[in-house]
Design a protein around this ligand. Structure first.
Ligand SMILES: [Fe+2]
Length: 366
């Protein structure tokens, strides 16, 4: 039996006939706020994950002009807090969530604008697909945002953003908002209206302390639940991916599979994920490379950083270009075909799924 055929199999008791007595029993269940399992087994106990979220693609060529128009019409400031426009999965009935666990948005900051400081229990990151000129200030530490950088704002750290230039900048935000909403763990607090440090250094204090491979300050030997490194710079990501492909060329093990280099961003104090609820990775495929089809428990969002390729999700082929985003809900099969060298950023709920013991992957090799 294929996975799809299993998925639609009915577990309900087909033998059960409705009688007046049974109808009355069901009405009485209802009156007492009870729900019998046998009428809903196929919804509750599925043969494999069946997300209400659907695979979906958002195009950068649509997103960016809409963000730009928001920049003309909507001020950024206290109350609204951020000019962020969330990806709302069409399967999630209007909720502003990309998947059941992930909030993803394009955020836009106009020339010389400031997004005020605040903090929240929810974990957040930024990824920059184009542009530069904004500094995100995390607990008073100004962190430059540039193309290809991955920037962290773990839960309960004050943060604001300021644009130090005469041009706008947009990037994507990822947060664990849907998960924290569902399990009721959210706290929020306002900070200052302006960022607490308007300096614009090339290198943040966090990087000066933590951004040396394999070296850890003796003044900070305690493990942290979230990474103390605020910025993962493109030059390092690019160099790591380039080296993996060079090693592959030289016949050494380095890549995930033929023509597919990838890295995971990690917390230097643990070697684990950067934050307790979100995982982030960067993938580079050689031109012409194909990945096998994968089913994974948990949901992912991908963003094309550079190049062209086809993302196949749920059996549908999507030609993607720079900036395009695609959400892959739990257990929906996906694969990638690179038409040129193809660079993709991805984030997902992997740390949650793994810590709860639900992780499972099925790889179909052709
Ligand atoms: Fe925030």
């Amino acid at each position: 039996m294929t996975i799809e055929a299993e998925g639609v199999a009915e577990l309900q008791n087909a033998e059960l006939e409705m009688t007046p007595e049974l109808a009355e029993l069901y009405r009485d269940f209802d009156a007492h706020h009870l729900a019998p399992l046998w009428t809903q087994t196929s919804d509750v106990l599925t043969f494999h994950p069946r997300s209400e979220a659907v695979p979906f693609v958002w195009r950068w060529r649509d997103l960016y002009p809409l963000a730009e128009r928001s920049g003309e019409l909507v001020p950024v400031g206290r109350g609204g807090e951020r000019r962020a426009i969330a990806l709302a999965n069409p399967g999630l009935r209007g909720a502003p969530y990309a998947s059941p666990t992930i909030w993803a948005a394009i955020q836009y900051l106009g020339p010389r604008e400031t997004a005020p400081e605040h903090r929240h229990a929810q974990n957040a990151f930024r990824f920059v697909v184009e542009g530069e000129g904004v500094w995100t200030v995390v607990n008073g530490d100004p962190v430059a945002m540039r193309r290809g950088d991955f920037l962290l704002t773990p839960g309960w750290n004050f943060h604001g953003h300021h644009n130090d230039t005469d041009h706008p900048m947009a990037w994507i935000d990822g947060l664990d908002v849907p998960l924290s909403d569902y399990i009721d763990v959210g706290f929020f607090e306002y900070g200052t209206e302006r960022v607490t440090d308007e300096a614009s250094p090339d290198v943040s204090r966090s990087e000066r302390l933590w951004a040396y491979p394999g070296l850890r300050p003796l003044s900070a030997l305690d493990d942290r639940v979230s990474s103390p490194l605020s910025a993962y710079r493109w030059e390092h990501t690019d160099r790591a991916l380039t080296a993996q492909l060079e090693l592959e060329d030289e016949g050494h093990p380095a890549t995930v599979e033929q023509g597919h280099a990838a890295i995971r961003y990690v917390n230097p104090t643990t070697g684990g994920d950067v934050m307790p609820t979100l995982r982030a990775e960067f993938h580079r495929l050689r031109s012409g490379a194909l990945t096998p089809e994968r089913h994974e428990v948990g949901s992912s969002v991908w963003q094309v950083f550079d190049g062209r390729g086809t993302f196949v999700v749920g059996g549908v082929r999507h030609a993607l270009e720079k900036g395009d985003l695609v959400v892959v809900p739990s257990w929906i099969p996906w694969s990638i075909e690179a038409k040129s060298e193809f660079d993709l950023f991805r984030f997902n709920d992997g740390p949650v799924i793994e810590r709860l013991g639900f992780a499972r992957t099925l790889v179909s090799r052709s």
